[in-house]
Ligand binder design. Sequence first.
Ligand SMILES: NC(=O)c1ccc[n+]([C@@H]2O[C@H](COP(=O)([O-])OP(=O)(O)OC[C@H]3O[C@@H](n4cnc5c(N)ncnc54)[C@H](O)[C@@H]3O)[C@@H](O)[C@H]2O)c1
Length: 333
Amino acid sequence: MKKFKDKFFIIKLGIDMVNKIGVIGAGAMGSSIAEVFAYNGYEVILKDVSMDYSNKGFNNIKRILNDFEAYNKKLPEKEILRMEKNGIELLKSQKDKILENLYKPVNIESILKRITPSDSYDSLNNCDIIIEAAFEDQNVKNKIFEELSKYTGENTIVATNTSSLSITEMASHYKYPNKAILMHFFNPPYTLPLIEIAPSTQGSDEAAREVYNLLSGMKNHRDKMYPVMTKDRAGFIVNRILLQVINEAVKVYDENIASKEDIDIAMKKGAGFPMGPFELVDYVGVDIVYDVLKTFNNVYGDRFNVSETLKNLVLAGYNGKKSGKGFYNYAER
Ligand SMILES: NC(=O)c1ccc[n+]([C@@H]2O[C@H](COP(=O)([O-])OP(=O)(O)OC[C@H]3O[C@@H](n4cnc5c(N)ncnc54)[C@H](O)[C@@H]3O)[C@@H](O)[C@H]2O)c1
């Protein structure tokens, strides 16, 4: 890895070794992971199977940045309105201060300039960290790790963003398995700051710790990033716990104990969840939740037995928000 020369960045981002990041897969997760790194000052190569897909990911990043800029621009006006509604009269100088404090324009062009869409493995050969965010399929991921072995050096850290698959298996397809780790971002990474990190069984704690330190110095559009350390066990921390809650919610619904609407209200208003379990399944994708639950069922047995209701929704193509229908109907909303 190269030394990063700019002292300002070393202090600001808490890094001293990394300057170029590769992301494989420019879908929902890959493109927003690329955005977070570029936002923090890193050069990013965003690779997908074709330029069409990687450009689509790049355009998604443009949209994310423009949406945030539009939202942030309105913050001072909203705050001034709120204060005036509460009977507080503001001088022009006070309004200017609010504007200055609440709206810090982001240089979108310079962030976008740091991201290069690509369709070739060659373009990744001098990256310090490469994060795989392709389809949630063990064979696809194993193949990517195998392919990467031709292009990376012994110091490159290669990470997967898998939600439930084995990093240890991916590492066994990689030339330097001690450098293969989990780096699991949450959807969407530009507002959710958690990242679960784990070494593979063959992996070194040193590689995981290096990434932990790097992420500790980073931020997204809402917060500082919060890396946590875990182990290569299906579901890691969050999904293993959360999917149990979701699965139980579906069982409560199946047993006619309450409607899905009331279960969502109960978990939001009684347990402080930001989204109800059924809203969350629809947001993540019913098919994704179903696949992850099946993996957990294989690994952990009966405590993750999957409801027929979920299976039937998937068979019907009711995969949640992205398909217009899941537990809820989005066409009517
Ligand atoms: N969606 C979520 O909520 C979420 C959250 C955390 C982690 N993840 C994980 O992130 C990964 C990606 O999920 P997503 O929701 O972004 O999927 P997605 O379907 O939106 O994107 C996947 C992208 O990978 C590309 N791809 C497939 N095979 C490839 C290959 N061999 N080389 C390069 N690119 C390839 C596809 O063309 C597509 O653009 C999965 O492992 C998923 O489990 C998803």
